[in-house]
Design a protein around this ligand. Structure first.
Ligand SMILES: Cc1cc2nc3c(=O)[nH]c(=O)nc-3n(C[C@H](O)[C@H](O)[C@H](O)COP(=O)(O)OP(=O)(O)OC[C@H]3O[C@@H](n4cnc5c(N)ncnc54)[C@H](O)[C@@H]3O)c2cc1C
Length: 452
């Protein structure tokens, strides 16, 4: 029987397609990477359907690329070598919220926006760590790529909040990792060997996650933002260390871009939160006093109300206000860097933007481990081939800069993956290859990623 008909038997014929319209849509993402071929799009509804598709793919030796929201902008959910694109969005159930244990178990297609809405309605005292990305992106996709959100400076990155997973392995076996492998409670990863590391950071190459448990956090009664401005880049690392040392922020990020002119500075933006107005005032005053020691760092006395709202929104501003050019393309590359490298990345990033006739634009998220995710943002016109090529080159140059600075490229597109492999200790890469081979001997899942 033809593959399409067998897929239709598994998921129902309305949930499989090889029509050019779907192939076109799934062959690209919002970034500047060129489109790539998709043969079939399937949308399973259960882990057993995922299992049947994976078994079929092994039989036919056809690759499968799992996709959540498909919004990395580095084309990680666009197949490298064609085959089946598995869109997880029909697996959209929030299976459990354990209010006192503070965790949620979700299926792979649950979006950030859906979980946020559900918690607001049913558990208003709880929240999850929500990325600045469009709300359609998935909780699972974001956690697997070590994404970050509005609580990251305080608590950590989203992969750290994974308590357990259900995975369809590349041979079709359904496996659980974490406490859920032996208990009804999906409440922790330990004290077992931490098998979640076989799936986090692998860019979907080692298995298809069908369920995940993530930690939830208490929701404070009050939140507010304070911002500081400086033109002395060299002061920034010291100020960030000091802010972090006091440990009272919910989120801390830096922000600067060439246009409009008032943005062409370094802004240090802090979100503070608390259970009472007194607590909030105490935190804000503590930071104001702390930063007074730096003559060249000034408090922004009045944050415009519209801007304050955007900073405090969850997800915050960038998801709704990314500065798209006419034609609407956007890609950013994230450098995971030590805090000390911020000034050099900022200066040399500007040179890159200038070289490719672009305007610089940065968002720098302070992570909880004395590092940052430094985003080099580029918007471009999709209808202008030269603009797309310029963007691609600027991305590649920014990635080279990241590696030069001793950093790593976060959720890397293909060429950055190869550059990282080249720089990596050969035994580390050999171990990665051995693990992949052991789990996926037929090289079925997200073929082409993490390949030299
Ligand atoms: C304007 C803008 C702002 C952004 N801001 C942020 C931000 O603040 N923080 C942040 O972290 N990100 C941000 N992003 C990047 C990105 O949108 C998010 O990281 C997003 O959460 C990725 O999730 P996704 O569902 O789109 O993943 P996808 O792109 O669908 O998938 C990501 C990777 O995981 C794999 N994968 C997906 N689902 C599964 C599964 N079920 N099993 C196995 N593998 C799977 C895919 O194959 C792919 O390799 C932003 C993007 C934009 C456009």
């Amino acid at each position: 029987m033809e593959l399409q008909s067998i897929l239709a038997e598994i998921v129902g014929k309305e949930f499989v397609s090889d029509r050019p319209e779907e192939q076109y849509l799934y062959s690209r993402d919002p970034g500047a990477q060129p489109p790539r071929k998709v043969d079939y799009v399937v949308m399973p509804e259960t882990e057993w359907e995922v299992q049947d598709i994976v078994k079929l793919a092994n039989e036919y030796k056809i690759p499968i690329t799992p996709m959540g929201g498909g919004f990395t902008t580095s084309a990680l959910a666009v197949p490298v070598k064609g085959g089946i694109l598995m869109d997880m969005k029909r697996m959209d159930k929030i299976l459990e919220v354990n209010e006192r244990g503070r965790y949620a178990v979700v299926e792979a297609g649950v979006s950030q926006g859906a979980l946020k809405g559900y918690l607001e309605k049913h558990y208003p005292r709880l929240q999850h760590c929500m990325p600045e990305a469009p709300p359609t992106v998935t909780v699972v996709g974001n956690s697997l790529i070590l994404g970050h959100g509005h609580l990251t400076t305080r608590y950590g990155i989203n992969s750290e909040f994974i308590n357990g997973m259900e995975v369809v392995l590349p041979d079709g076996e359904i496996c659980k990792v974490g406490s859920c492998s032996l208990s009804p409670y999906w409440f922790t990863r330990g004290p077992l060997p931490d098998l979640s590391g076989l799936f986090i950071g692998w860019l979907g190459t080692t298995g298809i996650i069908t369920k995940m448990s993530i930690r939830l956090f208490p929701k404070p009664n009050y939140r507010d933002a304070i911002a500081f401005i400086t033109d002395n880049l060299d002061l920034v690392p010291e100020a960030v260390y000091e802010i972090d040392r006091i440990d009272l922020v919910e989120n801390l990020f830096l922000w600067g871009q060439e246009k409009p002119d008032w943005m062409d500075h370094v802004y240090l933006v802090m979100v503070v939160s608390g259970q009472s107005e007194e607590e909030l005032e105490f935190k804000k005053n503590t930071y104001c006093k702390l930063l007074q020691q730096y003559k060249e760092i000034a408090l922004v006395e009045e944050i415009h109300p519209a801007l304050r709202k955007r900073i405090l929104d969850v997800p915050p501003f960038a998801a709704t206000a990314a500065d798209f050019k006419k034609g609407g393309g956007f890609e950013y590359t994230g450098a995971i860097l030590p805090i000390d490298k911020i000034p050099e990345a900022w200066r040399r990033g500007k040179d890159i933007a200038r070289k490719y006739s672009m305007l610089y634009s940065y968002a720098v998220q302070v992570l909880s481990d004395q590092s940052v995710m430094f985003a080099f943002d580029y918007s471009f016109n999709r209808a202008d081939i030269r603009d797309i090529q310029r963007t691609k080159k600027a991305i590649e140059k920014s990635d080279r800069l990241t590696l030069d600075l001793g950093g790593m490229v976060w959720r890397p597109e293909l060429s950055a993956q190869r550059s990282m492999i080249k720089k990596m200790n050969p035994s580390t890469y050999k171990l990665m290859k051995n693990i992949k081979k052991l789990l996926d001997p037929n090289d079925i899942i997200n073929q082409g990623n993490w390949e030299a």
